[in-house]
Each structure stands twice: as structure tokens, then as C-alpha cells.
Ligand binder design. Structure first.
Ligand SMILES: [Zn+2]
Length: 230
């Protein structure tokens, strides 16, 4: 027998062409799929205490791969972490309870709050971030990997600086992020979604101009984006 949430997901899949099985909810501060199976979990040692999340913070990982990003965020020596990682294939990996204080924001502030790790859930998206132009007009990462031009946008950061190349996010990744974000907003009654660049301006540029913050924020607040149902 199928339970009601599965029916709901299948109907939504049919109407909107979504991949099945990414409809998420939060149970005991862990992300769970509609059928009750938890998302992949790799515990990070880099947490300190419990928080009441008020905001979602979006990052790019600026790492060479999802697996290396997870490795860094679970390394005792690196002393960094986030509650969630989302790969370019859309896979979601949880690294800590969603109400554990993770170490992703660093020195940061928003409105009257300082030290945003204490108030936020951090999501690290597998993405190279800012790219470097080569002599032949191509693009490479800061660690020298060539990036296909189809995965690059050229833009100025909203906080200033020169025109630059930025690694694009994938559709599968943004679809997963939307499902995750909606589950988090619903469960924790989050106030808003912020970029790392918003809470640490001048120091951080992520998630940068390639991230569709305006439409993502609209979706999290239950508003349709300007271009209709998407
Ligand atoms: Zn960041």
C-alpha cells in the first residue's frame, strides 16, 4: 500500500516533471524522504552544542568534488562543517543533526545577530565558485582544473569587484536544494535564506552570481517565481 505522501509526490512528479523520491521532511532533526528513508549521513566531529535555527545559509564548497567536500567538512583538522552538502548530481548528504551548531559561517552578522553559526543551518553546494580566465579564453578553477564553458557564467558580484567567471549550479542540485529548503522552512519556521556573502560581506563571495537567490528565496517563502510555476 502506498501512503498519502507518496501519492502526493507521484502526482506532483507527474504534473511538474520532478524526479521521484526527493520530497523531504524533518524527523528528529534529520532529513528523511517521504518513504521514511533518511538521506545519506556522515557524522562530522565539528559541532558545538545545539541551536534554534532561524535562517538558512547557502554556500559554495569551492572544493574539487562532493566527496572531497564531505571529507573536508568532516575533518577534525579542517575545523569546518555544515549540516548539509548537495552534490551536482542532486545527492544530499547530512553531516550533523540539523539543530547542531556547525562551523560554516565564521565571523558573520545579520541584523542584530553576530556569529551566525549559532542561528543558521548551512548548506554547502558542490560548486567551484569563482573561476580564473586563461590566456586562450577558457576557464579554470583556483586549483587549476579546466571548466567547460557551458558550466560558466560571466558576471560581476553583487557586492562589487571585476567581471569574473563563476561555476554554474546544476538543475538536479537546485531541485534537491528546493526540496530540502522547503522541508527546513516548514519544520523550523525559518525567517529567511541568506548567502554567506550577505552575512560576511567583503570576506566571502558565496554562493555568488551563479546562484538564483531571488527565485530561490521566493520559493522558500511560498511565492511563485516571476517566470511562473518553476
Ligand atoms: Zn561559505
Amino acid at each position: 500500500m502506498w501512503d498519502v505522501p507518496k501519492w502526493k509526490t507521484l502526482i506532483l512528479d507527474y504534473l511538474f516533471g520532478k524526479a521521484p523520491g526527493i520530497d523531504m521532511k524533518v524527523i528528529n532533526n534529520r532529513l528523511v524522504r517521504y518513504d521514511g528513508t533518511p538521506v545519506k549521513y556522515v557524522q562530522t566531529p565539528n559541532t558545538s552544542g545545539v541551536i534554534v535555527p532561524k535562517y538558512l545559509v547557502i554556500h559554495y564548497g569551492a572544493n574539487s568534488s562532493k566527496d572531497n567536500l564531505v571529507k573536508t567538512l568532516t575533518s577534525k583538522i579542517a575545523k569546518v562543517s555544515a549540516q548539509l552538502v548537495i552534490g551536482r548530481d542532486g545527492e544530499v548528504v547530512e553531516l550533523a543533526d540539523l539543530n547542531a551548531k556547525c562551523w560554516h559561517a565564521g565571523q558573520s552578522e545579520w541584523k542584530n545577530l553576530k556569529g551566525m553559526n549559532a542561528y543558521t543551518i548551512g548548506i554547502e553546494l558542490d560548486n567551484y565558485g569563482r573561476l580564473i580566465k586563461t590566456a586562450d579564453g577558457g576557464w579554470i578553477t583556483y586549483f587549476g582544473k579546466k571548466v567547460d564553458p557551458s558550466e560558466v557564467i560571466v558576471a560581476k558580484h553583487k557586492l562589487g569587484g571585476p567581471m569574473s567567471g563563476w561555476h554554474t549550479y546544476t538543475e538536479a542540485q537546485l531541485d534537491s536544494l528546493e526540496e530540502v529548503g522547503l522541508a527546513l522552512f516548514d519544520h523550523y519556521k525559518l525567517e529567511d535564506v541568506l548567502g554567506h556573502e550577505d552575512i560576511a560581506p567583503g570576506r566571502k563571495s558565496d554562493p555568488g552570481p551563479a546562484f538564483p537567490m531571488v527565485s530561490f528565496r521566493s520559493k522558500m517563502h511560498g511565492r511563485e517565481s516571476e517566470d511562473g510555476l518553476t
